[in-house]
Design a binder for this molecule. Structure first.
Ligand code: ADP
Length: 582
């Protein structure tokens, strides 16, 4: 429903009602602001600079409350008239502009009108409720032509407005919290990252410089023994490896988030992956004085080798499974002091692989558990913390587990140790939908996994362009946003046509997907605007329509159109064709 329709009402009422509603409007405006402008057709007739206005009207404009009331005679009804009341800022401003344009000379009133046009804005919800109550009282005592309808309409309007205010407030509150959290995390991350990256980089540069200086000297004046030089080179290598690890983690997380990681599902041996992961970290654990052990889940007491496990063959992405284990094991080693123990247990039950990494380390406090799997979160984020890391390992681990539709849980006691448990369901061979997020998949019940295998889909992904979407229907817009984001596009979604027209020049999109049947604008206007704008000549336009007839001339101005409901592959195919990625 458009905001205009929500904020406008019409009734057939007895003739006296107009004056009463008019005075209720004025009283309400004055409650909020003494300097309100009240204008009627009579005021205009008195001001000789204005052309006469025939029908009766009252327009009230103040900072907090504005409304426009108009009356038309009702045909064959001498005692009744049709009354229109609107609070829609656009409608009031349009009415005032019209009066302003009709002015013949400058006068105080004309100046005031000009100011009023600028001043109109959405009403203060308290004043709006106050007016609605006045209106409801009035309707009840006045016995209008259709009293029940009028009272119901007034109450309905109040209800709608209240609901909208609550919704908007909640949306604003959520957006604010999300923005604050994102900003805080980003700032903390940048501080942590600059520390993390700078430490090994300073070491690499410093050591390399020393070695270069040494090598420029005559061999007999070398201040550094070959053994020392070797130590320096080893340090450079370690720092380089650490930097590589950091950068790889950052890239991995962003790849998974962008939906670009596809699972490479194949059969593999659970015990082999577990053994190999343990072996990779054996040296690190040994040099830290931490004991590493491998056990079967059900046969806890005895050590395992591959033949002990009944269902050892498993179907998933072995590389990603190993990555999950390495992340959990290296954390366990990192956060366990010398003399401690880290145990990897594994097994499978009901077609689900289970891995458990237990350590006797520092543990995790209850109140910090919720932060654990968030990106760039290190529980000790002070610059002087004792443990190296990026705060990305567990976020990535969780993402990889979820790509398998699995789950990860943690149990921990401070000072005693932690147990991370991962459940991974066996995967079917077709992994094609895995690169789309869960949300996308759930929004696309119509997309069978094999649809993503079609030529159109393969050709359409990835597209990688900036796209502006103008659509007021949430579900359609979310589906399109998710599909195009999965296709690597930057999508900017706008709900109303008027805002879009103001911002499109700035955004310079490659493609505009527009619902050209929006309530606030006529499709012709959007298309005309896009076609006439010099900066948007290369921008393609894909129209979204509920239906189209061959005579529909609006379709002629666009590059292509889509009929709703949107078919995912058809959308991607059309987008790919329009942006020239066939
Ligand atoms: P990092 O690279 O900092 O280790 P992770 O995402 O892997 O990043 O872990 C995030 C934080 O969770 C760590 O900084 C640490 O505070 C805590 N953590 C992870 N694993 C353990 C563990 N086994 N024992 C104690 N704390 C842990």
């Amino acid at each position: 429903m458009s905001s205009d329709r929500r904020l406008s009402l019409s009734w057939v009422l007895p003739c006296g009602a107009f004056e009463q509603i008019s005075s209720a409007l004025q009283q309400t405006a004055q409650t909020g602001d003494q300097t309100s402008l009240v204008l009627t057709e009579a005021t205009l007739r008195r001001d000789r600079t204005m052309a006469g206005q025939g029908d009766r009207f009252v327009v009230v404009v103040s900072h907090q409350f504005s409304g426009l009331l108009m009356a038309d005679p009702t045909p064959n009804e001498a005692l009744h008239e049709t009354i229109h009341l609107t609070f829609a800022p656009e409608s009031i401003a349009a009415f005032l502009s019209q009066l302003h344009h009709q002015s013949q000379h400058r006068s105080k009133l004309v100046d005031r009108l000009h100011q009023a046009v600028q001043q109109v804005q959405a009403n203060n919800p308290d004043l709006q409720s106050e007016f609605t109550l006045r209106l409801a009282d009035l309707m009840l005592t006045h016995s209008p032509a259709s009293p029940t309808n009028a009272v119901t309409a007034a109450l309905e309007q109040q209800h709608l407005l209240e609901q909208r205010v609550i919704e908007r407030t909640q949306e604003l509150h959520d957006a604010l919290l999300a923005a604050q959290a994102a900003n805080r995390t980003k700032t903390e991350f940048l501080a942590a990252m600059s520390h993390e990256l700078r430490t090994p980089l300073t070491c690499v540069i410093g050591m390399a410089e020393t070695l270069l200086r040494v090598m420029a000297m005559k061999p007999d004046t070398y201040p550094l023994q070959p053994q020392k030089q070797q130590e320096y080179l080893k340090l450079i290598k370690r720092s380089g490896e650490h930097l590589l690890e950091l950068i790889t983690d950052i890239l991995e997380v962003s790849q998974v988030e962008a939906g670009k990681v596809v699972l490479d599902v194949k059969p593999f041996s659970l015990s082999q992956v577990a053994h190999q992961s343990l072996q990779i970290l054996q040296e690190r654990a040994h040099s830290k004085g931490v004991e590493l052990a491998l056990k079967a889940l059900e046969h806890d007491s005895q050590s395992l080798n591959s033949t002990d496990v009944e269902d050892d063959a498993f179907m998933a992405d072995p590389h990603r499974v190993s990555q999950i284990l390495l992340n959990l094991l290296s954390n366990a080693i990192k956060f366990t002091p010398a003399g401690g123990r880290v145990t990897l247990r594994f097994g499978s039950k009901h077609n689900t692989a289970i891995f458990q990494v237990e350590d006797t380390g520092i543990g995790i406090a209850d109140n910090q558990r919720s932060l654990l799997f968030q990106k760039f979160q290190q529980l000790d984020s002070s610059l002087t913390r004792n443990y190296e890391g990026t705060g990305l390992g567990l976020a990535l681990t969780k993402q990889l587990v979820e790509l398998h539709n699995g789950k990860i849980e943690v149990n921990s006691t401070v000072g005693v140790g932690s147990i991370f448990t991962v459940w991974l369901p066996a995967q079917s061979v077709n992994p094609s939908i895995a690169h789309l997020t869960d949300k996308t998949a759930s929004l696309m019940p119509a997309i069978a996994p094999n649809l993503l295998e079609t030529e159109a889909m393969k050709r359409a992904l990835p597209i990688g362009e900036r796209v502006v979407l103008i659509e007021d229907h949430d579900e359609t817009a979310l589906l399109i946003c998710d599909l195009l984001t999965a296709a690597d596009c930057q999508v900017v979604w706008m709900i109303d046509g008027a805002t879009a027209m103001r911002q499109i020049e700035l955004l310079r999109p490659r493609l505009i997907i527009a619902n050209i049947q929006l309530p606030d604008l006529h499709g012709d206007q959007i298309i005309q605007f896009l076609r006439d704008h010099p900066a948007l000549q290369a921008t393609k336009v894909l129209a979204l329509m509920a239906k189209v007839s061959s005579k529909d001339h609006t379709v002629q101005g666009v590059d292509d159109y889509l009929i709703k409901p949107v078919e995912p592959y058809q959308l991607l195919d059309k987008v790919a064709t329009l942006v020239g990625r066939e």
